[in-house]
Ligand binder design. Structure first.
Ligand code: SF4
Length: 382
């Protein structure tokens, strides 16, 4: 198996200090040392540093969850008001060349593989648009061979006819390829590092281009250099020590934000879900209390970033999360291929099970009842 630091010849190497900064931040971290006073200090500060963030995600921070939630809610309302941004993911292909042992799409799994053609993609988009959504996130499994950059760019161009805001979650690209996505109309790029712990990363990613740890880690920076206006991050909580991965994700955003302050940053906090690959995965290793602690800590430390709460979580949890810390919510979600257009018989399997099956309309109405303001889009091209 290839070493995780060894780039394939066609992978671009950029001159970046970000990986070292993150790895130094998470080195020898003792979360048990933080005290009540450290939490008080962090909660009182207007601008927190990394040490304060470590305190917030520590075991002591968990004991002070109510205070964290109060502070997070205050910051959320100060910077985002009652706004909750809506989007939905559209999976257009589930072919994947990677072997991530925790994922239902992994190349060793015998699932129903599918790739939509452009006509099918357009039909899916038309169906989704009927719900009133204006933001779409286009996703593929990670196979450059089956879903090449041209296929993705054409899909973005079609989506641009129906949606105002386009996100893309695909395999990592070089800067010039990100430039092509940007020119096609993509607004932001999402890449989950999954885990920042190199040893665990190596064990969980047993084949394919994803194995190359630094190439993945520098994706967001290459996307920024390619002209994207937004980048999104996430660690898959449950793969490794969740506090360490949360700290790494926050520091990834923190250091990039210092370097590129003009960019829109977003974070997701996905927990492992059961998949067709492994029904034994227990999503409750990180319970909802811990998940909320992480969300509050992000909101307090990085108050301006967007935060997405996915359908991996229950309707009740999501309703509460958007009132305290999260700003973005997905609705009308299917993680399978070709599931929006009912006339389509060409369908592929789901990546993972979801816990909130509500339609856009149902979530919209619930949020209004909770005195929140659903927003379909607030970005205007001039
Ligand atoms: S997590 Fe992504 S890259 Fe890994 S097997 Fe699943 S779809 Fe492929």
């Amino acid at each position: 198996m290839i070493e995780i630091d060894k780039y394939y010849p066609d992978m671009e190497i950029i001159d970046s200090d970000i990986e070292n900064l993150i790895l130094n931040t998470i080195k020898d971290c003792d979360f048990d040392k933080y005290t009540n006073e450290d939490i008080d200090t962090a909660l009182k500060k207007e601008y927190l540093d990394i040490e304060d963030f470590k305190a917030l995600i520590s075991p002591m921070g968990l004991m002070r969850l109510e205070d964290l939630a109060k502070c997070a809610k205050e910051k959320r309302e100060r910077y985002f008001g009652k706004n909750v941004y809506f989007f939905t993911p559209l999976y257009i292909s589930n072919y994947c060349e990677n072997n991530c042992i925790y994922c239902g799409f992994n190349c060793k799994n015998n699932i129903n593989r599918m790739k939509l053609d452009f006509e099918e993609i357009e039909k899916e988009l038309i169906e989704i648009q009927k719900s009133g959504l204006e933001e779409i996130l286009i996703l593929t499994g990670e196979s450059k061979k089956m879903s090449d950059v041209e296929y993705i760019c054409n899909s973005i161009r079609i989506a641009k006819k129906y949606f105002k805001n386009i996100g893309v979650e695909i395999y990592p690209l070089n800067t010039d390829e990100y430039k092509l996505l940007h020119q096609a109309g993509a607004d932001y790029v999402t890449v989950f590092q999954e885990t920042y712990d190199k040893d665990v990363y190596e064990k969980k990613h047993q084949g394919g281009r994803k194995r190359i740890y630094p190439y993945r880690l520098n994706s967001q920076e290459r996307a920024i250099l390619g002209g994207l206006r937004g980048v999104a991050f996430g660690a898959l909580l449950g793969l490794c020590d969740y506090r360490k991965d949360t700290l790494a994700t926050a520091s990834h955003i923190y250091y990039l934000q210092k370097k590129y302050p003009q960019i829109e940053y977003s974070v997701s906090i996905p927990r492992l879900r059961p998949t067709v690959a492994d029904k034994t995965i227990n999503p409750n290793d990180i319970d909802e209390k811990k998940l909320l602690q992480i969300m509050c800590a992000y909101r307090i430390f990085l108050p301006y970033i967007n935060m997405t709460i996915s359908t991996r979580e229950s309707a009740v949890f999501r309703n509460n999360a958007v009132q305290i810390a999260a700003t973005k919510i997905s609705s009308g979600v299917s993680t399978g291929i070709g599931k929006h257009d009912e006339t389509n018989t060409h369908k592929g399997d789901e990546q993972f099970e979801i816990a909130d099956n509500r339609t856009t309309d149902e979530i919209y109405k619930t949020l209004k009842e909770l005195n929140m303001q659903p927003v379909m889009n607030d970005y205007i091209y001039v």
